[in-house]
Design a protein around this ligand. Sequence first.
Ligand code: UT7
Length: 325
Amino acid sequence: MTSVLGFGGYVPERVMTNADWAEVVDTTDEWITTRTGIKERRFAADDQSTLDLAEEAALVAMKDAGLGPDEIDEIIVATDTPEVYTPDTASLMQDRLGCRNIPTYDLGGSGCAGWIQAIDVARSRIAFEPKRVLVVGVELISRLISWEDRTTAVLFGDGAGAVVMAREGGKAELVDVISGTDGSKADILTLQTGGTRHPFTVESAAAGDHQRLDMDGQAVFREAVRRMSSVTLELLERIGKGIEDVDLLVPHQANKRIIDAVGHKLGIDEDRVFINVDRYGNTGSATVPLGLWEAHAGGQIRDGDLVMLTAFGAGFHWASAALQF
Ligand code: UT7
């Protein structure tokens, strides 16, 4: 058995509203609200970096679990916006939190489904050895998007979420996880910043390639709806449950219209679907753990509840997890 001992989350204080974006690019509150459901998002302060956001969420999760840094046995960080290129954000976390010399690693570049994939990895590590694993999803994407590209810039926000997992006890059991990948669709959502295919040159940096997220929005939309709904149904079937048994669905928060379409396909009532995309926008691999933390801390999840998580993102990856509280 794998359980979750504690939940954590963090969003920076600075609020960037749709009206604020309308002063920067050619957009309106009306367009952003009707096409995405986003009203505002949080952006990190100039002196904050990915590690700061991750640390805040981790500390909340560790406190919720009643554990100190010396009681964490492994750290996994899912992120597309790491602190630096090398080493991974997880190794910097080990030092920042004051943990022992434990194994740590990133699931880097795995897009918005990365955190659910990371809890699946943690599950197998815990099955192998009775460890307490800190699993963080974090993005500071405001620093990597183009502030001139209205088609992507307005969608994203910064934030972090975390859990501490262990073999037993705790607040919820991680019943099962399913994830999948279709690499043939890798090009519908990419951030090629500084990779070996397009290493930086003075010219490419001057052209803004260090802040360029390429996205075929409509293709991502279609795949997101298809994959998040099908993987959730596949997982429910595997654990012998139906949609009527689900007390709360915490889906990846990219666009309210995507979430509504997934809810419609699954046949689940709106009041059983968690939403915070209106307040935070798309925080990448942080959306699911951040939503889970908010839902749990805010009393939207009670003992005995079955909570389904689902996400999709660059890769193209998708995943679903079932948590029994
Ligand atoms: O974690 C995964 C991250 N990505 C996603 O989840 C994205 C999934 N896709 C989507 O959410 C939607 O496709 C978008 C929100 C990105 C776009 O919505 P859409 O309904 O698919 O709009 P569209 O791309 O068809 O664009 C419609 C119009 C275009 O103008 P024309 O060609 O019709 O004149 C765009 O240029 O809206 C224009 N547009 C904007 N207008 C005002 C695009 N972005 C904006 C903007 N403000 N910010």
